[in-house]
Design a protein around this ligand. Structure first.
Ligand SMILES: N[C@@H](CCC(=O)N[C@@H](CS)C(=O)NCC(=O)O)C(=O)O
Length: 239
């Protein structure tokens, strides 16, 4: 992958809809930026791993990578959305203003990192235990343990937040965190985790997830998963 230097606009490197970088692709869609404001590049796997220009951007050879016009490189799925929201969500459609006197911004920030750390730690555990491993060779006990941890940690927290009817997060008045968190739920479904486990049998969480998966931005960002995802949301409505 040849990286022009300096990039004219921020450049996001993303590869496929089962990778955490897809959260940022969806967030960019939600930000509704003109296409000349942030460019999305899709390298090949070989380029990510072996191309020297790419390895220089992230020696860990992982995505997402955000390359700024200054040449600065921003890594981490938590930091990139925060930066993009600070720069481009100027009318605070997706996340409450940090200057607001209530705690809406703090709450929203906490949930964006809940998605990209707490939830991701579990969804990626399921990914590693599943992807590329034939069904017969998978460690059923390990997968059951991930599903149990997922329900106890993620579904319980989301369920409690929804029950508290926060208007700013997980209620979609400001949907940035909800959008980021959709990835972990969708990935679990894609990995074959039962719908009952993905939402822990909690109808409120199930309804929230269904609404999120009906968002146009979700369908566009995850379009390539249509043929892969066993869990699909109902077709109408919006969050
Ligand atoms: N802590 C990093 C982790 C990034 C990460 O692990 N990305 C995965 C995709 S989900 C990756 O690039 N994997 C490369 C590979 O599997 O070879 C972040 O949150 O951005």
């Amino acid at each position: 992958m040849i990286v022009p230097s300096p990039a004219a606009v921020p450049m996001l490197f993303h590869m496929n809809p089962t990778w955490t970088s897809v959260r940022i692709v969806q967030l960019l869609d939600e930000l509704a930026l003109p296409s000349d404001q942030v460019e999305v590049r899709v390298p090949t796997y070989a380029a990510l791993k072996h191309d020297l220009a790419n390895v220089a951007l992230n020696p860990l050879r992982r995505l997402p990578i955000l390359l700024l016009p200054s040449g600065a490189v921003v890594l981490e799925t938590g930091a990139i959305p925060q930066l993009l929201l600070e720069r481009y969500d100027r009318d605070h459609r997706l996340m409450p203003s940090a200057r607001a006197s209530d705690d809406g911004h703090a709450h929203a920030l906490m949930w964006t990192y809940f998605a990209t750390s707490t939830a991701y730690a579990l969804s990626s555990r399921a990914y590693v235990a599943t992807v590329g491993i034939p069904l017969a060779d998978r460690d059923a006990d390990a997968l059951a343990a991930v599903a149990a941890d997922w329900v106890a940690a993620v579904v319980a927290a989301v369920g409690a937040a929804l029950a508290n009817r926060r208007p700013d997060v997980l209620g979609a008045a400001y949907p940035a965190a909800d959008v980021l968190l959709t990835f972990d739920f969708a990935l679990s479904g894609w990995l074959g985790v039962d719908r009952a486990d993905v939402v822990g049998g909690d109808d409120r969480v199930g309804g929230w997830l269904d609404r999120l998966m009906r968002r146009l931005s979700f369908r566009r960002a995850y379009a390539a998963m249509d043929t892969m995802v066993p869990y699909t949301a109902p077709a109408a409505g919006g969050l």
